[in-house]
Design a protein around this ligand. Sequence first.
Ligand code: AMP
Length: 540
Amino acid sequence: MIRGGMQDWPLRVHTILDHAANVHGRQEIVTRSVEGPIHRITYAEVSRRARQVTAALRRLGVQQGDRIATLAWNTWRHVEIWYGIAGAGAIYHTLNPRLTDEQIAYIMNDADDRMLFTDLTFVPQLERLRDSCIGKRQIIVLTDRAHMPQTGLDLLCYEDLIAGEDPETPWMEVAESAPVGLCYTSGTTGAPKGVLYTHRSNVLHSLTVQAAGVLGFNALTSVLPIVPMFHANAWSIAFSAPMAGAKLVMPGARMDGAGLCDLLDQEGVTFSAGVPTVWIEIINEMRRRGWKPDRLERVVIGGSACPEWMISTLEHEFGVEVMHAWGMTEMSPVGSAGIIKPEVAQLDEAGRLQLKLKQGMAIYGVEMRIADDEGRSLPQDGKASGRLMVRGPAVVGEYFKGAGGQVLDEQGWFDTGDLATIDELGYMQITDRTKDVIKSGGEWISSVELENIASGHPEVVEAAAIAIPDEKWAERPMVLAVLREGSQLQPEELRDYLRPRVARWWLPEQIRFVDALPHTATGKLDKKVLRQLYGGVMAQ
Ligand code: AMP
């Protein structure tokens, strides 16, 4: 057998920061610090500090494969510790502070985290967690001596911890298949399960995501990830931005519309990414101010379905291009994105908008198909809806510690738990979560489609559709909607709006207007809570 002649260069995540430091050393990471002021640092400096983190972790006895938790906002220090932990051969484990105390305790204990890096904001939460999960775990607060809090907890100060360490400490040379990151799934169904990323999966995923066809980063891009680093790897941005030499703008703890708009504007942000709920706030703020952040050109919206009004408002009212993307923690997380094909570029405005509502096409490194319950492939005709199956080098193969048992079928396909159609051009559209679909008289009603259509009404800000029990049909749809401020819309008027747009039997049995809808810790509609609140309402 003839051998290949190229070098075996392991795909380790710290090569990304090395590249940023060597080639884009002066590029900045700008943060609205948790302490308050705007903080500026370059990739070259962050690389030196990350190596100090590696050295400090070694001094504290951290071994290869140890899990190191982070409970932190998007800041330059959070970036440093990800790379510093990776450089020590350990595993960064992002905890989502929006989860309940019980969930955090469960996840920390399941992951068996060795220590925890945290922001000042979360110290009160940790005081509450002291007995259930902190125990002997060392807590390091991401701040300097002057800002260290008064507390009964035994805390280390981050800046003191790394101050004396060598900024040229070498990274540990682990195999590219070694684990480097751990993130638990949001657990909207069942107990949360850990997804354990490898160096290789993170590097390959970031390479494809930052490419021109997808996020399209370069050294002139200024990126503000609103999506937190504790949610699904921040959609790869802490890797893909330095890989491309893009400027990173980090919002820290200020995630409100006004704080984000200011930062987007002041730092010349050209690209941002986040879930639909944050864009509601930003759109409201931009409307109040009557302007958009000056250089903002493009945003990626995903994590849940992006409503039609949001795409058209951002594009037409504010001139910001929207790319709709889909993914999941199990996919590192990006799976598909609204890449524009020539056939789509030729469409008129209305046609393009309809395509943007779809979740886009598989990115490189993701194989995608839809299947029936027996695993047989369904036609890609934009009509047949089936289980969305995926395969690729950045797709989960098994959960942490084998939770949930075997997750791949014999051909290596992972069932995403989403139902979708794929059209002739390859555009995928989520029709539902397997568990959320409404089954009326044996026929399926897509809750997502009903939500999309209901939120297309100009007075509706957000809508949710759930199943309610019905004696005759087993289940019937109920729509809950949040209206624009001051709206006088009546439920009957919304039903009239839906009537010509959906099949007759899809018309919601009940429509209720509510002040707010519950969301999960990752910003998705919390159907579990909605079902608890309203699932007992009889349709008739
Ligand atoms: P998570 O792992 O928390 O990111 O959740 C992944 C799930 O979020 C997916 O399986 C989908 O059900 C949902 N999701 C993500 N992006 C979208 C999107 N653009 N449209 C509809 N659902 C989405």
